[in-house]
Design a protein around this ligand. Sequence first.
Ligand SMILES: [Zn+2]
Length: 78
Amino acid sequence: MTTMPTVTGRPDGPHLIAPCPYCRGEHVHGRGTGPALADCHPIEGLGAYHLVDPDEPEVVWQAAPLNPTPQPARLRLV
Ligand SMILES: [Zn+2]
């Protein structure tokens, strides 16, 4: 997995202005935190960065535990 640079955007109406880590310019995206793709990158598909909308808290995905904690076996009272 490649690491994406994180960029904090500047809200501008319905848009988010992102300072681009690749071309040092600014790109206009829609609002919302999430992965964005800069079309300035010479290699198609590699201009990705993680765009943070300061007005929208970042959703942190938490991996579910692979194996739930095993419950102790119940003592069967006869
Ligand atoms: Zn760019």
